[in-house]
Design a protein around this ligand. Structure first.
Ligand code: NAD
Ligand code: TYD
Length: 353
């Protein structure tokens, strides 16, 4: 069976891992990667697979209906796996409208084209890759289920919740076949160094302060990005239309505990005296509206579709640190451009510099 799959946001962190995974796993599929190459998108992330005969890259904006339609027509798209988004909570706090534009209007633009191009076909699928942050924050001992009511608390999660609602509304109103997954925090190679793990690795290397928001007691549930890509593959192929699947590795960490583990590993890898990296920890003003705890219950995905994570966190974290240490040139390249301006605006006042 030949499938022509449009993956949006394939030059980003999770998207590039998904594109690689799909190209390697399904040589019969044609993977069309559509990405605007914003600050977060980088074709270098796909250098190792870009020559595959079943891979096509198109630079385009998901908000540009004409461009999306041209791609659907030219490549006879029969499935969409939609990841393109603005993805960083801190940026959503400074610029919420950009998140509405990309995450909401962009998603609805894609849905409109899919609806008109597919005209009631049931052998097609629109897969929206979403986040567990749509559920808001949970107390200790509670977990996000697929039935947990939406309660987004940041402009980022509100925009993702909105796009999830639009996908479901198109399924209900226009019978567009869809599936949605909501995943916990990802970590791994090629993550833009503005998110906690790669930012702190980079700062430790450069002996810069590690800006811990608030008291560092917020809890996140971490999953290796390759296991997310594997889960998307399973849901794409075996998930039921109209269903939602939560993805997570039952791997909760308080930020400060995770940061201390990273500090210990980094001291060893960099041959620095024990405790060097921890000295860089600097408690700074908390993120506005900072969600206290995210925790996924992935039972439905495990029981119904047979997915489970392949890697233990400690091993994944070490692999990730090794990757960043071996790819400092990549880090420098993605941190050029506007990154320094972003960093100064985000952390300058907090760090008193
Ligand atoms: P990312 O920021 O690394 O990548 C986003 C990609 O989208 C970039 O390549 C960017 O160039 C592209 N893009 C942005 N605006 C675009 C536009 N208008 N048109 C076309 N392309 C555009 O994000 P990520 O961390 O890889 O996340 C991917 C998806 O997964 C997002 O939808 C995010 O909400 C979701 N998600 C992320 C996480 C996580 O921990 N990172 C967890 C759960 C879900
Ligand atoms: P992040 O990687 O931005 O992911 P998300 O906000 O989507 O969960 O942040 C992970 C956690 O780390 C979150 O609780 C905020 C915290 N954090 C810091 O303490 N300092 C930082 O500089 C960053 C970027 C995040």
């Amino acid at each position: 069976m030949q499938k022509n799959i449009l993956i949006t946001g394939g030059a980003g962190f999770i998207g590039s891992h998904l594109v690689r995974h799909m190209l390697q796993s399904y040589p019969d599929y044609h993977i069309i990667n559509m990405d605007l190459l914003t600050y977060a998108g980088n074709l270098e992330n796909l250098k190792d697979v870009e020559d595959k005969p079943n891979y096509t890259f198109v630079k385009a904006d998901i908000c540009d209906a004409a461009a999306v339609q041209a791609i659907f027509e030219k490549y006879q798209i029969d499935s969409v796996i939609h990841l393109a988004a603005e993805s960083h909570v801190d940026r959503s706090i400074s610029n919420p409208l950009e998140f509405v534009t990309t995450n909401v209007i962009g998603t609805v633009t894609l849905l409109n084209v899919a609806k008109s191009q597919w005209k009631g076909r049931d052998d097609v699928r629109f897969y929206h890759v979403s986040t567990d942050e749509v559920y808001g924050s949970v107390y200790d001992g509670e977990f996000f289920l697929e039935t947990t009511p939406y309660d987004p608390q940041s402009p980022y999660s509100a925009s993702k919740a909105s796009s999830d609602h639009f996908v479901r509304a198109y399924g209900n109103t226009y019978k567009l076949p869809f599936v949605i997954s909501n995943c916990s925090n990802n970590y791994g190679s090629f993550q833009f160094p503005e998110k906690l793990i790669p930012l702190f690795i980079s700062n430790i290397v450069n002996e810069k302060p590690l800006p811990v928001y608030g008291q560092g007691i917020n809890v996140r549930d971490w999953l290796w990005v390759v296991d997310h890509a594997r889960a998307i593959d399973v849901i794409f192929h075996k998930g039921k239309n109209g269903e939602t699947y939560n993805i997570g590795g039952k791997n909760e960490w308080r930020n400060i505990d995770l940061i201390r583990v990273m500090c210990r590993i980094m001291d060893q890898k960099l041959n620095r005296p024990e405790g060097s990296a921890e000295k860089l920890i600097t408690y700074v003003t908390d993120r506005a509206g900072h969600d206290l705890r995210y925790a996924i219950d992935p039972t439905k995905l495990e029981n119904e579709l047979g997915w489970e994570p392949s890697l233990q966190f400690e091993e994944g974290l070490e692999k990730t640190i090794d990757w960043y240490l071996a790819n400092q040139a990549w880090v420098s390249r993605v941190q050029s451009g506007d990154y320094q301006k972003y960093y100064a605006a985000q952390y300058g006042e907090r760090l008193g510099s």
